[in-house]
Design a protein around this ligand. Structure first.
Ligand code: ZN
Length: 127
């Protein structure tokens, strides 16, 4: 943050960079040799605090990914697994349905064979 300073000779005021604090300089207006005022104790403390906060924020950012227990959206693998499970369930249902149909057909076939067998026996009985 730039620091304000005022030329003691001509009264010209300007803002200079932090890095210039406490260093000798020259007034751009009257060319008088000046000393840029050093950072005040308050500013030094604030700077330190800001640096500390930035450091802590950086650490917090670095820790964030590890502290996340589960990703918010399901992973590709989980989605794939879910779709496979769904397919398996539908296939199982199809198999069950087909079995029921086959069972029905089997009874119809047995019944018709039995009927024709009975019919054949009756016809044989006539002779
Ligand atoms: Zn000056």
């Amino acid at each position: 943050m730039p620091i304000p300073f005022q030329c003691s000779v001509c009264g010209f005021s300007a803002l200079v960079e932090d890095a210039m604090a406490g260093r000798p300089g020259k007034c751009p207006e009257c060319d008088a040799a000046l000393r840029i005022p050093p950072l005040s104790a308050e500013e030094v403390t604030r700077k330190k605090e800001t640096a500390e906060q930035a450091r802590l924020a950086k650490i917090a950012d670095e820790l964030k990914p590890e502290s996340k227990p589960t990703p918010e959206k399901p992973s590709k693998e989980a989605k794939l697994l879910a779709s496979i499970n769904e397919k398996m369930a539908s296939v199982e249902q199809d198999v069950r349905r087909t079995r029921e149909h086959v069972g029905c057909l089997l009874w119809i076939v047995i019944a018709s064979i039995a009927l024709s067998f009975i019919g054949a026996l009756m016809q044989l009985g006539r002779y």
